[in-house]
Design a protein around this ligand. Structure first.
Ligand SMILES: *[C@@H]1O[C@H](CO)[C@@H](O)[C@H](O)[C@H]1NC(C)=O
Length: 375
């Protein structure tokens, strides 16, 4: 009996060893996990997530990168890969962030700037280096997004002195040559509507005057995409700082985002002054019709499962049920704002049908005919 058990135990043990060591599926799974992390990067030892000693994951472990020949183009690739903007090489990094441990994985890294990952850049090869950990490269990414806007010093958050970020610093915008179209671009970038200039500045602005003689076409998503002579090219004083007032977004306003044309896109709706998305659960053709009609189209159809990409921010509506005759989406039935159990993978979109317009010629002829007809 005992012997039998001994054999059974042995068999079981060898089976287990075979399963872990040799089972092809499991082996693949284990190596896949390591491979998924391959080429990942992180910043270590900084006060914030935006800076630190650069480390890269290779061959199952984290290692450092030598600062020899590491320039700002490579630094920008690092920051972009991490989802930040900007990118500078920190001087005396090992003093600031501490020297790293383990292998120095990369040396003489040379990025062109367009790469999406650090490992796509040129370097002589893994662990081909002549460095010590005192040469570990440190990187500092931008905390504030280039081109970001704000209105400061106003009576409400919707008005104030216009400020824009360049080179990580807030600065003002000069009112020379400013147009109504520019104001609209500013307010829509800030997530509001409208846009008017009000009263002269009191000159209390500080910092750089970043922009002057700005000329927008009107379809720009960001003020820095408009025409202007260049950052800090100005002949202004802070008395000419722009003061802008925007209007709040109207409750229940809808828009279509990220479509190929303006008739289609992810449906977004305003609640409490903020844009949010709508979940596709139970969203049918009737609901799509209402959205399209609210936007001035004659009808439309539904596009599910984030067909136009995933939105950000709140998912305002779920289980929307329209009869199809409503003028606005908010007149339809739904459990309540933010009553949802969805993710942005379920953001609904619509494809609208434009209103058929009678060609102008025909209209003219009708007019002539009716003028000629006896009364
Ligand atoms: C890095 O480049 C320098 C020349 O800029 C060279 O002297 C050095 O040997 C290179 N290091 C490695 C490890 O290739």
């Amino acid at each position: 009996m005992e012997g039998y058990r001994f054999i059974l135990d042995g068999l079981c043990l060898s089976l287990c060893v075979w399963f872990v060591g040799c089972h092809p599926d499991l082996r693949e799974l284990i190596s896949k996990r390591g491979r998924n992390k391959e080429g990942k990067i992180r910043l270590v030892g900084g006060r914030t997530e935006y800076q630190g000693r650069l480390e890269v994951f290779h061959d199952g472990r984290w290692g450092t990168v030598c600062d020899d020949n590491f320039d700002r183009f490579s630094a920008r690739v690092v920051c972009r890969q991490l989802g930040h903007s900007g990118g500078k090489v920190t001087e005396f990094a090992s003093g600031m962030y501490g020297p790293g441990e383990g292998p120095t994985w990369m040396d003489n890294v040379s990025c062109e700037g367009g790469e999406t990952r650090l490992v796509d850049c040129n370097f002589p090869g893994w662990e081909i280096e002549d460095c010590s950990h005192f040469e570990d490269v440190g990187i500092k990414c931008d905390r504030v997004e280039e081109g970001k806007l704000r209105l400061t010093g106003g009576a409400t958050p919707l008005q104030g002195r216009l400020e824009i970020v360049h080179d990580e610093r807030w600065g003002s915008v000069c009112d020379d040559g400013w147009t109504q179209v520019n104001s609209r671009v500013v307010c829509s970038q800030l997530g509001y509507s409208g846009g008017t200039v009000y009263e002269a500045s009191d000159g209390s602005g500080t910092g750089p005057i970043w922009m002057d003689d700005v000329a927008c076409r009107g379809d720009e998503d960001s003020l820095m995409d408009c025409n202007f002579p260049g950052w800090k090219l100005e002949d202004c004083s802070h008395f000419e700082d722009l003061m802008i007032a925007c209007d709040p977004l109207e409750e229940g306003t809808v828009r279509l985002v990220s479509g190929q044309n303006e008739q289609e896109g992810r449906v977004e709706i305003v609640h409490n002054g903020k844009w949010g998305t709508i979940c596709d659960d139970d969203f049918d053709e009737n609901d799509a019709q209402v959205v399209c009609r609210q936007l001035g189209y004659s009808g439309g159809s539904v596009a599910r499962e984030a067909a136009f990409g995933r939105g950000k921010g709140p998912i305002w509506m779920d289980q929307v049920t329209c009869s199809g005759n409503e003028q606005r989406l908010t007149e339809c039935e739904y459990p309540g704002w933010r009553q949802e159990d969805c993710s942005h993978w379920e953001d609904v979109g619509v494809v609208c049908i434009p209103v058929l317009t009678v060609p102008e010629e025909e209209e003219d002829r009708n007019e002539v005919e009716s003028n000629n007809s006896p009364i």
